[in-house]
Design a protein around this ligand. Structure first.
Ligand SMILES: NC(=O)c1ccc[n+]([C@@H]2O[C@H](COP(=O)([O-])OP(=O)(O)OC[C@H]3O[C@@H](n4cnc5c(N)ncnc54)[C@H](O)[C@@H]3O)[C@@H](O)[C@H]2O)c1
Length: 356
């Protein structure tokens, strides 16, 4: 089995805890040969984890000239574009963390550069491969819920935050940080075309200057209304997905989904009436009927690596099969360009003063 030589830029919650944790578990297919981080103790942590032979540095330019199949760019979000561009220019295949870039123009520039240099450009949209989202897509595609009228996606919680993920200067805030997960899913549901965007963003309890409340509504002709919330002031969490369809409905979390639907041919026959009386009386009443619902349930039981770990593994399966066997990359830079355009438009509608 071909083993790909990998470098990781950034040894933080992503580079160390997500990518590193996965890669040390898949040594048949991947070998970490270099780790870059500004912080010395994190470089030492890398030596401890991967062995003394691993090259470490505080400057990603030290990778230039090394024999590396794949560079994972898990640097700070505002560095994704410039670092990925430089790596592509120097002939590397790059997997960039979300958020891919700060603007859709930057995404297009990376796409053009990768094409020119004949290198792979991939984006780590791991939420595309979560079991709950794959189940939601399967149910939508089965059409049991009929036409989809509204999809509400809620990635919120209640939290205060005081790290770099609160700074506009770092391409941070809830929409750039958490937003790429639900927005990537939302755009898969939306399908072809660029949605119209209506967004609301607020600063509530943040210590930085980027928003910690974001609501984004995507809509378009003959498309469902998709309502995405990424707020840090939601203390009660009813669902991650809530879907309204013309023949049924769905509600679900990342571990359990319930959905119900009716069969049109089994509905009681009705015709329009202007007023109703309670049967057998002259007492006014509302119209009501018994619908025979078919109810189903899915749970994530059996997800070997948990919701997050399993999605990382599926992402790397896709990436490896692309790099080694020439299979299609199912998450493409072109798709993610749309997501960045949505985020850009949301920011355009909600300018926030800069404090730092
Ligand atoms: N896909 C996901 O689920 C997921 C989860 C967490 C973070 N992320 C993304 O990963 C990126 C990193 O976030 P994090 O939470 O790991 O941050 P972090 O603060 O935990 O760690 C970042 C590390 O990278 C180092 N670093 C940053 N830029 C560098 C550069 N140019 N050269 C050398 N070292 C550099 C820093 O010194 C730090 O140690 C962000 O873009 C974030 O959005 C994605």
């Amino acid at each position: 089995m071909k083993q790909l030589k990998v470098a990781i830029i950034g040894q933080g919650r992503s580079g160390y805890s997500i990518h590193g944790t996965y890669l040390i578990d898949d040594t048949e297919r991947f070998k970490v040969v270099a780790v870059i981080d500004f912080i010395e103790k994190r470089r030492l942590l890398a030596k401890e984890r991967y062995g003394n032979h691993v090259v470490t540095s505080d400057n990603y330019k030290d990778l230039f000239g090394m024999d590396i199949d794949l560079v994972i760019n898990a640097s700070y979000s505002h560095m994704h574009y410039s670092v990925t561009k430089d790596l592509l220019m120097h002939g590397f295949n790059v997997l960039t963390e979300k958020p891919f870039c700060g603007t859709a123009d930057e995404v297009q520039n990376l796409i053009d550069t990768a094409r020119k240099k004949k290198r792979m450009l991939a984006v780590f949209q791991n939420s595309r491969f979560t079991a709950y989202f794959m189940k939601v897509m399967e149910i939508l595609e089965s059409k049991v819920l009929g036409d989809i009228i509204q999809v509400s996606i809620d990635f919120s919680g209640y939290a205060r935050r005081w790290d770099w993920q609160t700074l506009q200067s770092h391409n941070a805030g809830n929409l750039f940080n958490t937003g790429p997960h639900p927005l990537d899913q939302a755009l898969q549901i939306y399908g072809e075309g660029m949605p119209k965007v209506k967004a609301f963003m607020r600063r509530v309890n943040t210590f930085g200057d980027a928003e910690d409340y974001a609501k984004v509504i995507l809509y378009g002709e003959n498309k469902p209304i998709i309502d995405v919330e990424v707020t840090s002031c939601q203390g009660y969490k009813p669902y991650v997905y809530n879907i309204q369809g013309s023949k049924g409905a769905l509600t679900g979390t990342m571990t359990k989904i319930n959905w119900k639907y009716f069969k049109t041919e089994e509905l009681p026959k009705q015709k329009l009436l202007l007023s109703f009386d309670k049967e057998g009386t002259d007492i006014p009443a509302y119209c009501a009927e018994d619908i025979k619902w078919y109810e189903e349930e899915w749970t994530s039981e059996g997800e070997k690596y948990g919701t997050f770990g399993a999605s990382t593994r599926r992402y790397y399966d896709m990436l490896y099969d692309h790099m080694v066997h020439g299979d299609q990359l199912t998450v493409t830079a072109e798709q993610v360009k749309k997501q960045i355009a949505v985020i850009e438009e949301a920011h355009r509608q909600n300018p926030l003063s800069k404090k730092f």
